[in-house]
Design a protein around this ligand. Structure first.
Ligand SMILES: Nc1ncnc2c1ncn2[C@@H]1O[C@H](COP(=O)(O)OP(=O)(O)OP(=O)(O)O)[C@@H](O)[C@H]1O
Ligand SMILES: [Mg+2]
Length: 472
């Protein structure tokens, strides 16, 4: 997302720093800066008339510039030209508000024309990881794992829909009654889902998952106590020795973040094909070919699924296939790829426990319409998947790797697993932080030979049963 000109606050326009207001008519681009003013001083009636004023100015500007021009990518020059037009218009025809408010009003009009309207200021805060709009009058953000209600407000449902339209127009999609749910991506890579009434009962809803510019490394995740150095060493060895790893967890539990961090252990000499629904991965290696699925167009045609891409990837001579998220019909293709020489594949999947991963994979294969005996599917799973890493988002927003399990084979119809590490939560401290500990379970890895061959020698005592780290 391009930064919007002018002053931006961390939590929204209501907390803008106060400055003196100056309107310079001699300068070609007049600048306006506001003195201290309390938003609380503005009444509801004034707010309505300011809203009407903003819409009128917005319409004049859009008519003057031509809407076709506004659909082009927004270069800085276009932004500053439009901003100058707004500022001039405001100088000629002042809004029904104190002069101190003019700068803010100008910026809000600019955000409505070119940006994401009232959400724009939230993008200036790098600590915000999620932005959640529950209808026009309730906007939450997640900062450092904790959800907070903001004072950001949209005018009404239409205002929210207008922002959704701006987001989805860029990818040639639309949102309306016939297509009321849509996934999209912002230019900065943030992932967006929008859903409108009648499906969303609280008004149009937008959920944005932001991605920081810098991918987190395993060291970063150790510092965040998502895992311990011992678990990280084991996972590095698993990736280097080309085991197939599935990262499992609930929504927002840190699966993709961990997948990104683990991918750093893939040697630079390998050719990696990544496959995603919406590209989030940031692989650092030299030889990466990212593929992204495509939703159907407005006429409902032309969809390319993750499954299509997995099949295509097999013809691209990959050393490894990384599938951002395994959700459905691609499961069998993925398992077959893992079983046919594309070892070292990585993926994420929504499941609550490692055992649940097996059930989910089985269901995905069955739901995709394959008429295979359950035993055959289980054999495919047991021979394809080597390691399952379970992530969890705990109370207070902290993330933990709560289990690392290996698949060891099958006994009759049952897939056998052994847990190598786990996290035991013991409670919650008076300050709301979780208490618990990571431990090695005392079970040695089944893959030590493979790991040794890959040059990753893990000492036997790494696996002795002990507490690795305690959260107090
Ligand atoms: N260890 C961590 N500590 C704090 N925040 C984290 C941690 N890991 C990830 N996050 C943050 O949590 C959010 C969700 O992370 P991520 O996208 O990796 O989750 P996910 O499990 O892949 O989610 P989804 O199910 O939606 O795909 C991101 O904003 C990310 O920055
Ligand atoms: Mg994810």
């Amino acid at each position: 997302m391009e930064p919007v000109e002018g002053v931006r606050s961390q939590s929204g326009w209501r907390t803008l720093p106060a400055k003196e207001t100056v309107v310079s008519s001699s300068s070609p681009t007049p600048t306006i800066t506001p003195p201290p003013v309390s938003i609380a001083a503005i009444t509801h009636d004034q707010r309505s008339s300011i809203d009407r004023y903003k819409r009128a100015i917005q319409k004049q500007i859009v008519d003057a510039v031509g809407s076709s021009k506004l659909k082009t990518p927004n270069p800085e020059t276009q932004r500053s030209e439009i901003r100058s037009l707004i500022v001039k218009q405001i100088a000629q025809d002042p809004p029904p508000a104190p002069v101190a408010e003019h700068e803010r009003i100008a910026r809000e009009i600019l955000d409505d024309i070119l940006g994401l309207g009232p959400l724009e200021p939230l993008f200036a805060d790098p600590a915000i990881s999620d932005i959640l709009v529950n209808g026009p009058h309730e906007v939450y953000v997640e900062r450092r794992g904790v959800l907070e209600l903001t004072d950001v407000q949209f005018r009404d449902d239409d205002h929210v829909v207008q922002v959704i339209r701006r987001i989805v127009e860029r990818i040639n999609r639309r949102v309306d009654e016939s297509s009321p749910m849509v996934d999209a991506r912002l230019p900065d890579g943030s992932r967006v889902n929008a859903i409108i009434p009648p499906l969303s009962l609280r008004g149009p809803a937008i959920s944005i998952r932001r991605f920081g510019n810098k991918a987190r490394t395993l060291e970063d995740l150790i510092r965040l106590h998502m895992l311990t150095p011992e678990i990280a060493n084991y996972l590095r060895a698993a990736v280097k020795s080309r085991l197939n790893v599935v990262i499992s967890g609930g929504t927002g539990s840190g699966k993709t973040t961990l997948l990104n961090a683990l991918s750093h252990s893939i040697p630079d000499t390998e050719r990696i094909v990544t496959i995603e629904d919406s590209a989030e991965l940031k692989l650092q290696q030299r030889h990466v070919l990212p593929l992204e699925a495509r939703p159907a167009n407005i006429e409902g045609r032309g969809a390319i699924t993750v499954r299509d891409l997995v099949r295509n990837a097999l013809r691209m001579r990959p050393d490894r296939i990384v599938i951002g998220e395994c959700r459905g019909s691609e499961a069998l293709d993925m398992l077959q790829a893992m079983n046919t020489g594309h070892n070292g594949s990585l993926t994420t999947l929504h499941a609550n426990t490692p055992r649940d991963v097996l059930a989910r994979l089985e269901t995905m294969v069955l739901m995709a319409g394959y008429d295979l005996p359950v035993r055959v599917i289980r054999q495919q799973i047991a021979s394809a998947v080597n390691v399952i890493v379970q992530t969890n988002r705990l109370i207070g927003g902290s993330r933990r790797v709560t289990s690392v399990a290996e698949i060891t084979g099958m006994e009759q119809d049952v897939i056998c697993m052994q847990e190598i590490f786990n996290y035991q939560q013991t409670g919650v401290s008076p300050t709301g932080a979780i208490t618990g500990f990571f431990q090695s379970t005392g079970v040695r890895t089944n893959y030590s030979e493979q790991m040794n061959t890959a040059g990753c020698h893990l000492e036997t005592d790494q696996f002795a049963q002990r507490v690795l780290h305690r959260d107090y």
